[in-house]
Design a protein around this ligand. Structure first.
Ligand code: SAM
Length: 285
């Protein structure tokens, strides 16, 4: 069913009204909750006005803006709608029912943006003095990945390298957990072989974290070279193939009953230690 109120092909600058869940554009947008559709289209969803504004401010390309009728006329919504039109995107004004079918159920958002994915190529990553990167071996949990991207942003890390088969940084759950940092932190994808080949050429110090690491993470020199903090998979930790190529195998001392720290927590501890000499209160907001 074609339920656009205006007839004919879409003209840039028009706002389309949609009330039917069967609308093909709505169906395509909903499909972006599935990884395969995101891969095929190269797009992803950002829920909520704050995230959409963050993305536009950081120059991300918006394909479609969807807002609920109730949000119509709100100055910020009008502004993002105007920006979307100026960027050649489509603006959809939809019923609560339609936006509710796209966005989260618990805390439904009034605004959703469809953006183009952006990946940094590993060959373009040339860390300079003072830079810190995070490399994640087969990260599985979207919440962990989102939290790590958010933490990398807060700690001033330069980017996140996803090594091997990992969860998708552009999934709804990951994007939610980043709280907007997905738009600020470059994300790179690499196989373990590509990562190791890159490591040989890049003048970096790879500090791998390992439960069997012999070195206290606080004794490492993080100033000598740009640092790559390498973190292991949630279930199996870091494989030997990666661990043996690291410049240091670091451990965070623990007491108590827990065998290990949560991956995102361990990454945060490492990042703030590695950047301790750089981060100062006067630089923060
Ligand atoms: N069962 C896994 C193992 O044996 O390695 C536990 C993995 S842990 C949940 C996930 C990752 O967090 C580890 O691979 C490591 O990178 C990091 N990690 C967690 N606790 C750590 C600690 N105390 N010292 C160093 N790294 C730690």
């Amino acid at each position: 069913t074609q339920d656009f109120r205006s007839d004919g092909p879409r003209k840039v600058g028009q706002v389309k009204e949609v009330t039917s869940l069967a609308n093909p554009i709505v169906k395509d947008i909903k499909a972006l909750t599935v990884k395969k559709s995101r891969e095929e289209s190269g797009a992803f969803l950002a829920e909520g006005l704050k995230l959409v504004i963050d993305a536009l401010e950081l120059g991300w390309t918006i394909r479609t803006l969807v807002y609920a009728k109730a949000a119509k006329g709100k100055p910020l919504v009008e502004q993002v709608a105007a920006k979307t039109v100026a960027a050649g995107g489509l603006v959809l004004e939809v019923s609560e029912k339609v936006i509710g079918s796209i966005t989260r159920r618990d805390n439904p958002q009034m605004v959703v943006g469809v953006f183009e994915q952006r990946w940094r190529q590993l060959r373009d990553v040339k860390p300079k003095a003072g830079e810190t990167w995070v490399a994640l071996d087969r990260v599985r949990d979207p919440g962990n990945l989102g939290t790590i991207i958010r933490t990398a942003d807060a700690a001033g890390a330069s980017g996140v390298i996803l090594v091997g088969e990992t969860t998708d940084p552009f999934s709804l759950e990951t994007v939610r957990a980043t709280m907007g940092s997905v738009f600020a932190v470059p994300v790179v994808k690499a196989t373990p072989e590509e990562f190791l080949a890159w490591k040989k050429k890049a003048d970096v110090s790879v500090v791998a974290t390992h439960l069997a690491g012999a070195v206290d993470y606080r004794t490492i020199d993080y100033k000598r070279k740009p640092v790559v903090i390498l973190m292991g998979n949630e279930q199996s930790g870091l494989p030997d193939t990666l661990a043996k190529e690291a410049d240091a195998l670091a451990r965070i001392p623990q007491t108590g009953r827990a065998d290990s720290l949560n991956l995102a927590v361990a990454t945060a501890v490492m990042l703030f230690e590695a950047r301790r000499h750089i981060l100062t209160l006067s630089e923060t907001r």
